[in-house]
Design a binder for this molecule. Structure first.
Ligand code: MF3
Ligand code: CO
Ligand code: CO
Length: 257
């Protein structure tokens, strides 16, 4: 297999793009509230990336996608298209996923937002999904196998009576947005590729309250749960170090490492 391992210098360039992506999520947080449209949030992210960061919103033009962010509300699993008629309301949960390209390198990250006063079942879904991401990240170290990441995520999700979406996965990242290897969010410990220093990839578990089945809407993008129950997702870009991992898209609010 031709999976490319990145040098320390290359990882620093990747980190820069990743930190810009993380900063977009920090920037947008104060604007996320009931009454605003996802298109408004998209416009703010576009302006911030192009005018403040002097960088490129990598989703625009990706396979014909036309927006800067994906904004996925409630039963939308991923790839929700921002629009003027999608207005956030009290109790919604939403993922914002953004990828910034800077100097040829891609940084990809997403987080969940609770709008106003959310119900306990939604709060629990969002919290457990973030724990799934962190448990997956914790498996990253040289000598371990990629399957350990999926196994850790799947067992935590299933112990909480949720299901793991299998139709979409994490991916290698660097100067290519979606590169090899695929990072599955389910699977068996000690299976899959060996993790090596310099490998860079995303982990982005999508966890459903109901069953794992997905459906794509007629717009060709929006992925929803087949059973109409809610779904959550969190995403980080990570690099494998000599003895573990480095979370390149870490935000200031996060206590990782
Ligand atoms: N950022 C998404 C991912 O995590 C991909 C979005 S592609 C888009 O891999 F075109 F829908 F934006
Ligand atoms: Co990704
Ligand atoms: Co993403």
């Amino acid at each position: 297999m031709k999976i490319q391992l990145k040098s320390k210098d290359e990882i620093e360039k990747l980190r820069y793009a990743c930190q810009l992506a993380a900063e977009v999520l920090d920037m947008i947080t104060e604007h996320v509230k009931a009454g605003v449209s996802t298109k408004y949030l998209d416009d703010l992210c576009f302006q911030h990336i192009t005018e403040v960061q002097k960088a490129t919103p990598a989703n625009i033009g990706y396979r014909g996608y036309e927006k800067t962010i994906c904004a996925s509300i409630n039963q939308v699993i991923c790839h929700g298209i921002p629009s003027d008629d999608k207005i956030l309301k009290d109790g919604d949960i939403m993922n914002i996923d953004v990828t910034v390209k800077k100097d040829g390198w891609y940084g990809d990250t997403s987080k969940m937002f609770l709008i106003g006063k959310s119900e306990p079942h939604n709060q629990r879904l969002v919290k457990v999904t973030q724990e799934c991401l962190y448990l997956g990240i914790n498996e990253v170290k040289p000598g371990a196998r990629l399957g350990n990441i999926g196994a850790a995520i799947q067992s935590h999700a299933e112990n909480n009576h949720y299901s793991v979406v299998e139709d979409y996965c994490g991916h290698g990242i660097g100067q290519i947005y979606h590169d090899e290897p695929q990072i599955l969010h389910f699977g068996k410990r000690d299976s899959g590729l060996e993790i090596k220093p310099g490998l860079c990839f995303t982990i982005e578990p999508m966890i459903n309250q109901g069953d794992k089945r997905t459906k794509v809407l007629n717009d060709g993008w929006t992925v929803v749960t087949k059973d109409g129950r809610n779904s959550a997702q969190w995403e980080h870009t990570v690099a494998v170090t000599e003895n573990g991992y480095d979370v390149l898209t870490k935000r200031s609010e996060e206590a990782l490492d």
